[in-house]
Design a protein around this ligand. Structure first.
Ligand SMILES: [Zn+2]
Ligand SMILES: [Zn+2]
Length: 109
């Protein structure tokens, strides 16, 4: 039952360590509303290795998933680093450029 991970004490411990390592969201550096994301999704067999984990705020985490879904749907392969780079660039643009990206609240990890 892999999907139970996020409620385990083991995960809480890993989460704490990764947030400490990254010192906030890797896009905007905020220290609020943080989520530890699996670059290779846990549901798809991604590991809990430090190298597979990254700290993002709720907003940028949602954007990562939205972009991943967008590229998947269009059968375009992008590495996590490419997607993150794209979000960082969007982050520096005026807000109107983000209108194409709708972030859903119930985004899965
Ligand atoms: Zn952020
Ligand atoms: Zn995620």
């Amino acid at each position: 039952m892999r999907e139970k991970l996020y409620s385990t004490t083991e995960w809480k411990k890993i989460e704490k360590e990764i947030i400490k390592r990254d010192e906030g969201c890797k896009v905007c550096n905020t220290k609020e509303d943080l989520i530890v994301h699996h670059k290779n999704h846990y549901a798809d067999g991604g590991s809990n290795e430090e190298s597979n984990l990254i700290t993002l705020c709720n907003k940028h985490h949602g954007q990562v998933h939205t972009l991943e879904r967008f590229y998947n749907n269009n059968h375009v392969f992008k590495t996590f680093e490419q997607i993150l780079g794209e979000i960082k660039r969007r982050c520096q643009l005026p807000p109107k450029n983000l209108s194409g990206l709708s972030v859903t609240k119930d985004t899965k990890y």
